[in-house]
Design a protein. Structure first.
Length: 627
């Protein structure tokens, strides 16, 4: 029987039962739970797959959205513009951004959980009969049935309207909500670090795909003509073999050599095809998008030069890598869980206040206010509190071990990234030399082939060797670009600075170029504690000494012997009335000179040329200004 037919039958039977009295009413009460159960079963949900007719409009809308999601790519596509478009329009990147926004919204919701409860209520009740009651005497600790009074009394109307407002606040709930809000805040920060990591990985993937696409554009145009020559030579070889104009063994050997060349060309082509489509996909574009890539020659393919200082790189990595920062936040979440387990061991103190109204005419006061306080304690917490606390503390130990393991893995990656960059630089030099030699051989063999002194097969093989050498050179160049980006990814540096507002591709590409120039210049150190947060004020010494200010020794994470240099917005060094001591990191005002606020850019640089920058405003103490 179908659910609908079953419900109809239940409704009919119910109507028949309600027409009777007495015993029938008892049957109604007995049948009600069964009817409710059957009603719920009639609402059971079954799988409902989407039809092709439902999916087709959405698919068409998705294609339209992808095609219109960004402005058309015009002109030559530079590596920085490719990365900029990927960072702005890549769909996976958008997912990470939205996940971070979701965490932020969940944090807002968690903050509201700390608020007291303020509940407004209103209701209407009705009864079929009055709530009539009778009282009996209470004799010798038991109710007596000897009363002959058959009267009843009522204190409540059949129809009533009520409303009111209730305020409640639990100190224990507030404390737990505060801890949960802190954990939600850390979860949000974890999502921010995950987004940073996604950005760094995406920028690296785009650079690799870009240079592979450039190689594909140049080399595929050379592969096709050579493939035509191979096919023509194969056809001539088979014709000679069929006509038995030469030794069959020589013909077959020649044909096999040609097939080896063709197989190598096919492998080369398979290595390059799809590079453009992958680049377009990373940029958030449909795979059919036309991209105009520049044509580079050998002189323009110069390896990027990075200033490497492993000691500084290690410090930067432990301060900036998203994976390390994530473990710090998880450890803090675990510590908050210990606090939550301790809070649950305390009794709860709650406060309440309310205003109520009841239109029952038998009440002397139809509206009233009330207030109260209550203390409660779950006695079973005595047995589970210790277990909860120990479990939370073990979780803290686990997160600490995870942080140490992650830190070790990060330090290892820093060293491997530096070694791979050096190896990639060496491989590129070898590939460039090999290509030059292969081209020289190919040119000589081609000339001799035209004069008839060397066979065409030899010329084709040398042209293939030249093409393969060019591919290896291009792949080596792509590899050093990849290794270069991996160096800065291994230490956690973002590929672009934070931009205010909505960035356009050209604006972001310009920021990427500037960031790469900063890296090439050696700016890989980190400002641990900005000087602006150290109260940079020139204060008078206790013994009449000249006004001075010293910044902390751990302000900059730059390894080795550090030298400080300064500049002002005017492009000059420190003003004449201000001196600096490197030994004590102290700025001192020259006695008797007018001291005024000055904006200073400080550069902390070690002997290997890597550095960190910080900007702050150094101001004189108010007492000096008044004097």
């Amino acid at each position: 029987m179908k659910h609908g037919q079953l419900l109809l039958k239940i409704s009919t039977d119910f109507n028949k039962m309600t027409s009777g009295k007495g015993l029938m009413s008892q049957k109604i009460l007995t049948a009600s739970p069964l009817a409710a159960l059957l009603l719920l079963s009639g609402c059971a949900v079954t799988p409902n797959p989407l039809t092709m007719a439902e999916i087709q409009p959405k698919a068409a809308e998705d294609v339209k959205t992808l095609n219109a999601s960004q402005s058309k790519v015009t002109g030559l596509l530079t590596p920085e513009m490719a990365v900029a478009r990927a960072l702005l329009y890549n769909r996976d990147r958008h997912v990470k951004t939205m996940q971070s926004a979701l965490r932020s919204q969940q944090l807002d919701a968690a903050n509201y959980d700390m608020l007291p409860s303020l509940t407004a209520r209103a209701g209407y009740t009705t009864r079929s009969e009055y709530e009539a009651t009778q009282s009996v005497p209470f004799v010798d600790g038991e109710p007596s049935n000897s009363s002959n009074d058959n009267s009843y009394s009522i204190s409540q109307e059949r129809n009533r309207k009520t409303y009111g407002v209730d305020f409640t606040w639990s100190i224990l709930d507030f404390g737990l909500s505060y801890v949960r809000a802190n954990q939600s805040a850390d979860q949000y920060l974890i999502s921010v670090e995950e987004e940073r990591k996604a950005v760094q990985n995406l920028a690296q993937e785009v650079r690799t795909a870009y240079w592979k696409s450039v190689s594909a554009d140049r080399l595929l145009n050379k592969v096709e003509p050579l493939m035509v020559r191979v096919n023509e030579s194969l056809e001539r070889s088979r014709t000679i073999s069929r006509q038995r104009l030469s030794n069959p063994l020589d013909s077959y050997s020649y044909e096999r050599s040609l097939l080896d060349v063709k197989r190598s060309l096919d492998s080369l082509r398979n290595e390059l095809i799809g590079a453009r489509e992958k680049l377009a996909s990373l940029m958030g574009l449909p795979p059919t998008t036309t991209l105009e890539l520049p044509q580079y020659d050998s002189a323009q393919l110069k390896a990027p030069k990075a200033k490497l200082d492993v000691a500084t790189m290690e410090q930067t990595a432990l301060l900036m890598r998203p994976e390390v920062l994530t473990t710090h936040y998880r450890e803090r979440i675990a510590r908050d869980e210990v606090r939550a387990s301790l809070l649950k061991m305390f009794p709860d103190l709650s406060f309440s206040a309310s205003y109520s109204y009841d239109d029952n005419q038998y009440l002397l006061f139809q509206d009233w206010t009330s207030a109260g306080a209550a203390v409660s304690y779950d006695l079973l917490n005595v047995f589970q509190a210790k277990a909860n606390k120990e479990a939370a503390e073990t979780s803290v130990e686990i997160t600490r071990e995870e942080r140490l393991a992650t830190s070790l893995a990060v330090l290892t990656q820093v060293h491997l990234a530096q070694l791979k960059y050096v190896a990639a630089d060496r491989d590129l030099g070898t590939a460039q030399n090999y290509l030059q030699v292969s081209r020289n051989i190919s040119d000589l063999v081609t000339q001799q082939s035209r004069s008839g002194s060397i066979g065409e097969l030899t010329a084709i093989k040398e042209q293939l060797n030249s093409l393969i050498a060019e591919l290896r050179r291009d792949l080596a160049y792509a590899q050093i670009q990849n290794a270069y980006a991996r160096v800065y990814q291994s230490i956690g540096l973002d590929p672009y600075p934070k931009l205010e507002g909505t960035a356009e591709p050209a604006q972001l590409a310009s920021a990427l170029v500037q960031r790469r120039q900063d890296w090439d210049d050696g700016q890989i150190g980190v400002v641990v504690e900005p000087i602006s947060e150290q109260s940079p004020i020139l204060k008078q010494g206790e013994n009449g000494e000249a006004p001075s200010f010293s910044f902390d020794a751990n302000t900059f994470a730059v390894a080795g012997s550090v030298h400080y240099s300064f500049s002002t917005p005017a492009g000059e060094g420190l003003p004449q009335w201000l001196t600096f001591s490197e030994a004590t990191r102290t700025f001192t005002a020259v006695p008797g000179s007018p001291a005024t606020p000055v904006t200073i850019m400080i550069k902390a640089e070690n002997e290997k040329g890597v550095y960190a920058l910080d900007r702050f405003v150094l101001a004189p103490d108010s007492s000096l200004t008044e004097a």
